[in-house]
Design a protein around this ligand. Structure first.
Ligand SMILES: [Zn+2]
Length: 246
């Protein structure tokens, strides 16, 4: 079994049925993150037909502004989700600074609920890495999954010390920072992800499919000098450990 611990199944459009078959045929356990309510309801339906899909409810930081007024409506979705995501902060791609207080408000709401209901979290940290670390400490969340980390290495080490798991993404062959992170990450904290079809497109122009996780496992094994099967098994083991806790 492979692990795709951060994907967006509602981004595949006409390729979706092909992707769902691929997930099953290649045994790719998938955390299907949501952007907002509609995105979550879509993936929740998919999960009824495909046992490899775990739907995750969250409001993405890019969607926080549109959703900050009606947060209490989301309580039921949070309670039924094993993992809360995608949530987080983004001070890099979100350019409208006047929206930042709403982004923080939404993130804090989800962190508080994740603590209250003892949920695993799947977190976007772009440009807000140090603030995320402070929030995790404040809300005492266990085993957060940090999605596609690209911040400073000193904050990475603090997040690691805190107990975070890290998903290694599709830029592993092209990003020196991602390679450095893989080198520094103990094997028992590594997960893999593909982040939807557009992530790989953003990296090298190729449409991203979930089977890309196999290449990520291969690249991790090359960087760390550990056999492919051992890396694959360890990632599955890591995933099972954190999921069993919740
Ligand atoms: Zn994402």
């Amino acid at each position: 079994m492979f692990i795709d611990a951060h994907n967006h199944l509602d981004f595949y459009g006409n390729n979706l049925s092909y992707v769902l078959d691929m997930i099953r045929e290649n045994s790719i356990k998938t955390l299907a993150c949501s952007m907002d309510e509609a995105s979550y309801l879509f993936t929740r339906e998919l999960s009824k037909e495909n046992e490899y899909i775990i739907p995750c409810f969250g409001i993405h930081p890019w969607k926080a502004y549109e959703n900050h007024k009606e947060l209490d409506r989301f309580d039921e979705y949070i309670r039924e989700s094993r993992v809360i995501g995608e949530i987080g902060l983004d001070y890099y791609w979100v350019l409208e600074k006047e929206r930042y207080p709403y982004m923080v408000k939404v993130f804090k709401y989800f962190l508080a609920k994740a603590g209250e209901y003892n949920k695993l979290t799947n977190i976007h940290t772009k440009g807000a890495e140090i603030e995320i670390l402070e929030f995790l400490r404040k809300y005492s969340l266990r085993n957060p999954i940090i999605h596609w980390y690209s911040g400073p290495m000193d904050v990475f080490r603090k997040l690691l010390d805190y107990g975070c798991y890290f998903t290694i993404s599709v830029d592993i062959e092209s990003s020196e920072l991602t390679k450095e992170i893989v080198e520094a990450l103990p094997l028992d904290r590594i997960l893999t992800e593909t982040d939807g079809p557009n992530a790989l497109e953003w990296v090298n122009g190729k449409y991203g499919y979930p089977v890309e996780v196999k290449n990520i496992v291969k690249q991790i094994s090359l960087i760390k000098g550990i056999h492919y099967d051992e890396v694959k098994d360890e990632i599955l083991n890591n995933f099972n450990i954190i999921m069993d806790d919740y």
